[in-house]
Design a protein around this ligand. Sequence first.
Ligand code: ATP
Ligand code: LTN
Length: 334
Amino acid sequence: MGTPRVFSGIQPTADSFHLGNYLGAVKQWVDLQETGDALYCVVDLHAITMPYDPATLRRRTRVAAAQLIATGLDPERCILFVQSQVPEHAELAWVLSCLTGFGEASRMTQFKDKSAKGGAETASVGLFTYPMLMAADILLYRTDEVPVGEDQRQHLELSRNLAQRFNHRFGETFTVPAPYILPAVAKITDLQDPTSKMSKSSSAPQGIIDLLDEPAAIRKKINRAVTDTESVVRVDDEAKPGVTNLLRIYAALCGEKADDIAARYGDGGYGGFKKDLGDLVVDTFSPIRERTARYLSDDAALDAVLNEGARRARKIATETMARVRERSGFPPAV
Ligand code: ATP
Ligand code: LTN
């Protein structure tokens, strides 16, 4: 088998990543760069599927890359790059869009949710074809594993189907990718609405902990997190979604089992438990926040890392596209 090829992407759609992005995705990315042949991408082409401002996008793309390095991605151990610097992503997305059924794309729940929010008439066609661009990202690099949160499972399934469909119609070309989703952290929920996903676009500020939040803000949000009227700390998704979410966050950050942590606090109320969790999040995020500021203060160094990442990614992408062109009946690129 050899070393698995790992690929994942994150959108530069906010001024900071949040705790759900960190635990559900980026933390796994850091681990997988040690055991896999990993590529990670700031997907700025995906970020323009909703209305946006170019100067804000430019800033957020850099902040996203700086946060990824600050979190532990090492450009010596993985390829870190910005999607729009590798034009083959958009090129393959077109080919895959032509293989996707209109009905099949219409069933994507993320499209249904996001287009319903702003009124379906005004949603962009790019929002509709978003999953085919994501499939292109993954398939260009002959990816084996894709570390993501639970909300991306349906998109992954489409990527698998498109790989198989292309291979079946035109000959073996793509690797069929597998999702890499850790159940314990696959859906971190909103601190104010613990049955909904913590989300950049739909959580209120009090429901979301940002990687770049100041310590006082982090502690305050955890202290005010919605729990329940009991005083016992235990895992129970149905009856205690708020406490269970906090326990999952605690467990993922310290590496202990949620049940063992719960047993330590027992029925002593939530105050001490929340205080300790606040300390744990602050201790994890503060060094990341400080390193992010440092990486952002040296534009030339960050550009050099991203340009080199794009150059390395593009080498693989053009090899795959040469094969796709040949199989699709196109002349070679000149
Ligand atoms: P939005 O909700 O605005 O679409 P997002 O917060 O989901 O954005 P993305 O850039 O779409 O952010 O996601 C980046 C990665 O983080 C993806 O792998 C996604 O599955 C994961 N992720 C996002 N939110 C959570 C969450 N609450 N719990 C676990 N993983 C998450
Ligand atoms: N749609 C993903 C971001 C994304 C992605 C990818 C994830 C774009 N391309 C390729 C994994 C692999 C999201 O998190 N919203």
